[in-house]
Design a protein around this ligand. Structure first.
Ligand code: DSN
Length: 431
């Protein structure tokens, strides 16, 4: 059967439009790893650098025609150094996973051991044996986990580090409620000549806004991240360190090791976002943490089993709900999606494995905060969720109200508009 070109083309446009309308204007997005760029960042994101190459490092490129790309890469690097108080920054990794893989490739040999948080406690796939470490033939062991603290067990971890002498100890995770014990593990890590890597992907925007401790300032040897979660930039990766020797090895792993093109078109939008964080970051991060706490408290008051009540529920953008008694994570997330509330199911540390039925829902408030929502709106969201999951109300009915509710929050706060820099354009994505 041959494809009809005209209808395929209009189908492409339709799919973009319906997606944009649904996810940008009509849904409450609580996926903890996502966000939206500001109108100015989106405006500069589409640029000619998209189609260019600049292999190599600054001042040592393999192509001609890169002088403005070089200037922008240098500027972005300086901005990131200043914002995160790091001596050395590599902005070239195209994702957080590539950033992590570059660290492993630079600092380990096949057969070496690394330690990371258990997958059921929220470790990222790029910290685990079935992700990049497995491809590099590394042995991955779990850092001991304390369910009561909802955190790494410090004493048991120090013992394990001394026993197995890993090459890398990874803190930071995709489920991240409370700061991990960077300072507490550091002596043991250095005693065995290992490095402490903190993956800050989920909390980078909170670190920028000083609402979460900066792991580099606590002594982490390396910090990796993506640039599009609480830090609301375009998709990309980044590596920070204060150690020149480590940096030099990691740079070689980024290129020629793991990338050839660095997707330079994102540099401008990443730089705009970083400048926005310098200007609005503290207000943005403070509101995120307050909103997460309010959402957790309201869900708890409405009868949900919210994780870590004994610890005050959360110190980040995330809230975890144990929905095992409400049918489990997959079923609950699907019901909420029918009501235009978009969340991800997640394992909880007391689940047996990251397979089969997962008990949890992971909620993140960063995107809705960026659209201007505050504590009252968090209460409304908790109520919508209770109507669907606890009271068993029809999702379609709730969806109509969610669409109305969401229409009041379509302007992005804590960011710039092209008009702020003298560009008179009413920028809108295709809807
Ligand atoms: N898997 C993503 C998350 O949701 O946390 C991170 O890459």
């Amino acid at each position: 059967m041959s494809l009809d070109i005209d209808s395929a083309l209009s189908r492409v446009l339709d799919l973009v439009k319906v997606h944009n309308r649904w996810r940008r204007l009509e849904s409450i997005n609580l996926i903890a790893s996502e966000n939206v760029m500001s109108p100015l960042a989106e405006y500069v994101y589409l640029n000619d650098m998209e189609g260019r190459y600049a292999e190599g490092t600054l001042g040592n490129r393999y192509y001609q025609g890169t002088k403005y790309i070089d200037a922008l890469e240098g500027l972005l690097t300086d901005i990131m150094r200043q914002l995160f108080h790091a001596k050395f920054v590599d902005v070239r990794p195209i994702s957080g996973t590539i950033a992590n893989t570059a660290v492993y490739a630079a600092l380990t040999e096949p057969g070496d051991t690394i330690l990371s948080i258990p997958i059921t406690a929220g470790s990222h796939i790029s910290h685990r044996a079935n992700g990049a470490p497995g491809i590099l033939r590394l042995k991955v062991m779990n850092l001991p986990w304390d369910n009561d603290e909802f955190n790494v067990d410090v004493d048991k971890s120090i013992k394990l580090i001394r026993e197995v002498k890993p090459k890398i100890v990874i803190l930071g995770s995709s489920v991240y409620l409370f700061p991990h014990p960077v300072r507490e593990l550091l002596d043991a890590v250095h005693e065995v000549n290992a490095v402490l890597l903190h993956d800050s992907a989920h909390v980078l925007g909170l670190i920028a806004g000083k609402a979460f401790p900066n792991p580099l300032e606590l002594g982490a040897d390396i910090m990796t991240s993506s640039t599009h979660k609480t830090f609301p930039g375009p998709q990309g990766g980044i590596i920070f360190t204060n150690n020149e020797e480590l940096f030099s090895k990691i740079q070689k792993a980024v290129f020629p090791g793991l990338t050839s093109n660095y997707h330079h078109h994102r540099y401008a939008a990443t730089a705009v976002t970083a400048i926005e964080m310098m200007k609005f970051g503290e207000a943005y991060a403070k509101q995120i943490v307050e909103n997460a706490r309010t959402l957790a408290e309201e869900l708890h008051a409405l009868g949900f089993n919210v994780v870590a009540e004994n610890k005050g529920f959360t110190r980040t953008h995330q809230v975890l709900v144990d929905v095992a008694k409400l049918g489990g994570g997959a079923k609950s997330a699907a019901l909420l999606e029918e009501a235009n509330i978009i969340v991800s199911k997640t394992a909880l540390p007391w689940d047996k494995a990251f397979r089969g039925e997962l008990s949890g829902l992971r909620l993140g408030v960063q995107e809705m905060t960026r659209f201007g929502m505050g504590k009252d709106e968090m209460k409304a969201i908790a109520e919508f969720m209770a109507r669907v999951l606890i009271k068993g109300e029809d999702s379609g009915n709730v969806r109509k109200e969610v669409i109305e509710f969401r229409r009041e929050f379509t302007m992005i706060k804590y960011g710039f508009h092209p008009k702020d820099v003298g560009v008179d354009i009413d920028l809108r994505i295709l809807v």
